[in-house]
Design a protein around this ligand. Structure first.
Ligand SMILES: Cc1cc2nc3c(=O)[nH]c(=O)nc-3n(C[C@H](O)[C@H](O)[C@H](O)COP(=O)(O)OP(=O)(O)OC[C@H]3O[C@@H](n4cnc5c(N)ncnc54)[C@H](O)[C@@H]3O)c2cc1C
Length: 599
């Protein structure tokens, strides 16, 4: 069984050396966000993840949740860890100081959250949803709603959820049926059943604030007739104290493949009192504040699980003795060599390392742009950052969660038969990761969002903007001798991506089905090119340090070697995905549905 160790050296590389967040924040006048402060937070996050959360990860999976009389009881250690997280003030880290938060940048907090996710992803989901719900109330609520709910959500005394899904309405929210009847006093009676609601009921907090999508009586059909409501589990009195129960009941919890310690609830709302958030019939666009935040969070979940799987794999590969190296024994005093001597095992390990470390840069770089989109005093620059975040969100969500499937599956493979049995713990990672490509909009829906809305919806401008950013890095690093081939290769891939975009755009003008047919492969092309960019800038930092004779030469040499591996063995996947994307819709659509299978 592996033990989680926070990858502080690599996190520091990205935070300080690749992205230089201290300089970034100071350029916005946030002098207090200096390296010492950022370091202190990272070190404490590492300690909390390693010593408080990691010990609860396996027990949470094995013990699971108990459902008794409508109550959900969390596994041993969860409440204690949650209370400590709140008491130590971590839960308030990024919230608005007006409501009791500390106002630290949410983009930087991704580095902190990565460690908590690796420590125990199921545990992190409780506070992650509260954070997203609070942000949504803050963005769209009246002062009354904000003052009533935010202080206690920020402090962690109350939790939050997102209630979208119904039994017949998952990806297609336009057909949801939950009703909202005006009560004449500014509130609404919410009636309906939501399914799959994460943390819909639990024993960590005294109250749970549900954000519920529902329809008003005269609402137009489809997504244009959906409104968003704040529906507390327990009503809140004028003085802020808790009042009567609000007719919100958890009917059952699901028995799942993974994340056994996160309750996935059927929630019944029976004339529960709710308050409108945002405008009538504009609920879906308000909910997008929450969904976009949560989508990046799910991408980070994929990354955090990949990190854990990679750690388990490298430890096992150095330990497990099987066979001899093809070039003669490397551990002659032992009955066999460690499996890390075998080229195929190295292929798997380096694939994991390249996807994990490159994925970290992609996540934190997106976080840097999120912060810029809020903090930059220049309006144009804020807009550019916000456009970039919108473009990168489906890529971070889908590409990094698909990568987590590959990385966790490779972890099982590297462990051989021992990976398939429970004792080594890596099968839990594969099970836990499996939900990440599904929830918060399946990866199929993310791909449609990228190609349909973000690319074609902007007339291709978003790709040009992204390509421009990548080309800046190519110009910067192309002259460094050991990086010249990488920069040239990335330049070719950016051209290939641009050409593919134009071709698909032309095809989609003739047949809309071409978008759906190409989207998943297109997202993979975009993801691999963006990760190539991340590896080029990481290699740029490493080359500079090595040229300056840095004492940590081995660390930086390993970075360069991994960058080269990525360019040699992973980036070429772009060719296969581009060919598939170009193959068109006909081959997918011409086979009649009734001819897919014959009895
Ligand atoms: C553990 C867990 C936790 C969850 N937490 C929450 C939560 O907190 N709140 C909440 O509201 N929901 C939650 N969900 C629900 C989750 O977001 C949905 O399961 C997800 O959005 C997919 O919906 P669905 O399951 O109905 O699948 P469907 O929408 O039926 O999709 C089935 C398949 O069809 C594809 N598909 C569907 N429509 C299209 C289309 N137009 N184009 C192309 N492909 C399409 C999908 O990609 C998928 O592969 C959770 C689910 C799980 C399992």
């Amino acid at each position: 069984m592996y033990a989680y160790r926070a990858p502080l050296r690599d996190i520091r590389l990205v935070v300080h050396e690749v992205l230089d967040l201290e300089q970034h924040y100071q350029s916005f006048g946030r002098e207090e966000l200096n390296k010492d402060l950022l370091e202190g937070i990272l070190e404490e996050g590492a300690r909390f993840a390693e010593t408080v959360l990691a010990p609860t990860n396996r027990t949470g999976d094995e013990h699971g949740l108990r459902f008794e009389d409508g109550q959900v009881l969390t596994p041993p250690g969860f409440k204690e860890a949650y209370d400590r997280y709140c008491q130590d003030g971590w839960i308030t880290m990024c919230a608005d100081p007006q409501y009791g938060g500390q106002g630290l940048p949410g983009g930087f907090a991704l580095a902190f959250s990565e460690m908590l996710i690796s420590g125990n992803m199921a545990w992190k989901m409780y506070s992650g949803l509260t954070e997203s719900a609070a942000l949504t109330i803050q963005a769209h609520g009246t002062d009354e709603l904000k003052n009533r709910y935010l202080p206690k959500m920020v402090s962690g005394e109350w939790a939050g959820t997102m209630c979208l899904t119904e039994a017949h309405s998952g990806s297609d929210l336009g057909i949801l049926r939950t009703k909202a009847e005006p009560l004449g006093d500014g509130s609404y009676a919410i009636t309906g059943t939501k399914i799959f609601i994460t943390a819909g009921e639990h024993d960590l907090t005294d109250n749970i604030i549900h954000l519920v999508l529902a329809r008003l009586p005269d609402a137009p059909p489809g997504t244009k007739g959906i409104s968003l409501f704040v529906v507390p589990k327990v009503l809140v009195n004028e003085d802020g104290s808790l009042g009567a129960a609000n007719g919100v009941k958890c009917g059952s919890i699901e028995h799942k493949m993974g994340i056994h310690a996160s309750p996935t609830c059927v929630m019944h709302f029976n004339e529960s009192k709710g308050w409108l958030l945002g405008r009538e019939n504009a609920g879906l666009s308000c909910m997008f504040t929450m969904m976009n935040h949560a989508r990046l969070g799910v991408g980070l979940q994929g990354h955090g699980l990949s990190e854990l799987a990679w750690q388990a794999s490298i430890a096992y590969a150095n330990d497990r003795l099987q066979g001899r190296s093809l070039t003669g024994p490397k551990a002659p005093g032992k009955p066999a060599d460690p499996i890390i001597v075998h080229p195929d095992v190295r292929r798997m390990l380096l694939t994991q390392k390249a996807l994990v470390e490159g994925g970290r840069v992609l996540c934190f770089l997106t976080g840097r742009e999120i912060d810029s989109s809020h903090m930059n005093p220049d309006e144009e620059a804020r807009k550019r950052s916000s456009d970039l975040v919108a473009f990168l969100t489906p890529i971070v969500k889908a590409f990094l969660t698909d990568a987590s499937m590959e990385v966790t599956s490779l972890a099982v493979q590297i462990h051989g038969g021992h990976g398939f049995i429970r004792e080594t713990g890596v099968e839990q990672l594969m099970r836990d990761a499996r939900i990440t490509p599904i929830y918060e909009g399946t990866n199929g829906i993310q791909a449609l969002d990228l190609l349909g809305r973000k690319v074609f919806g902007t007339g291709g401008k978003s790709v040009q903007m992204m390509a421009g950013r990548i080309k800046d890095s190519i110009d910067k690093f192309g002259a460094v001798p050991e990086l010249t081939p990488l920069a040239a290769e990335l330049g070719k891939r950016v051209e290939q991506w641009g050409k593919l975009t134009m071709e698909l755009g032309a095809a989609a003008m003739k047949n809309h089905e071409e978008v759906g047919a190409a989207a998943a492969d297109y997202l993979a092309v975009a993801g691999y090119v963006c990760l190539g960019w991340c590896w080029l800038v990481s290699a740029g930092v490493a080359a500079k340090k090595l040229a300056a004779g840095d004492a940590e030469a081995d660390f930086y040499k390993a970075k360069l070697a991994t960058a080269k591996f990525y360019f040699d063995r992973i980036l070429p996947r772009v060719d296969a995905h581009a060919a598939a994307a170009r193959a068109g819709a006909t081959g997918l659509m011409e086979l009649p549905a009734e001819h897919f299978a014959f009895a």
